[in-house]
Design a protein around this ligand. Structure first.
Ligand code: 5GP
Length: 189
């Protein structure tokens, strides 16, 4: 995709693993990183802004983007579409390393079209710890926790397809490890 030596790093991890916190820390430690912004058909949550967390689009617009090849990958979760805008990522890659935070299916499609991408999965210290973290949010019903735990088990079962797995035992340490992986990957591009 890019002739420069900028890295496309795809980061996945089950819900509750603390992905968002680790990625936020990576940006604090390395402000030159760029984050791709995905498109979604879900409604904005409180505090979310169009063009910041996501580009919020209608289902019709999303389907046009699929048809027009405007998405690098896309998938459906919890009855909504999510996808990575191709042109946006290509532009960002011209200026720096790009982080894509997407699910397992999306990550594997990106690797197919861009084999030079590095796939990193953030994993919990254990499945028990993940369930505990999901519960401690206190916002989800037991039924939803069960759905998320099953989804987490599915995602973790794909860890062998990733280039690296990073255990989120401690946020700073996990963020540093991922930044190291990106630096090393730059050398082999
Ligand atoms: P949420 O609605 O909580 O923001 O995200 C739900 C799920 O959608 C998360 O697992 C997240 O990783 C995934 N997701 C967000 N953006 C993308 C994207 O561009 N492509 C794919 N395939 N998944 C995404």
């Amino acid at each position: 995709m890019s002739s420069s030596k900028n890295v496309l790093a795809v980061i996945s991890g089950p819900s509750g693993v603390g992905k968002g916190t680790v990625i936020k820390r990576m940006f604090e430690l390395e402000p030159t990183l760029c984050e791709s912004i995905s498109c979604t058909t879900r409604s904005p949550r409180e505090g979310e802004k169009d063009g910041r967390e996501y580009f919020f689009v209608s289902k019709q617009r999303f389907e046009e983007m699929i048809q027009g090849g405007e998405l690098l990958e896309y998938s459906a979760h919890f009855e909504n579409y999510y996808g990575t805008p191709r042109a946006f990522v290509e532009e960002k890659l011209k200026t720096g390393d790009v982080i894509l935070e997407i699910d397992v299916n999306g990550a594997l499609s990106v690797k197919k079209s861009h084999p030079s991408a590095v796939l990193i999965m953030i994993v919990p210290p254990s499945l028990e710890e993940l369930s505990r973290r999901l519960r401690s949010r206190g916002t989800e019903s037991e039924e939803k926790i069960a759905v998320r735990t099953a989804r987490a088990q599915f995602e973790l079962s794909k860890r062998d397809k990733y280039d690296y797995c990073v255990v989120n035992d401690e946020v700073d340490r996990a963020a540093e490890r991922i930044l190291d992986i990106i630096r090393k990957h730059k050398e082999v591009l």
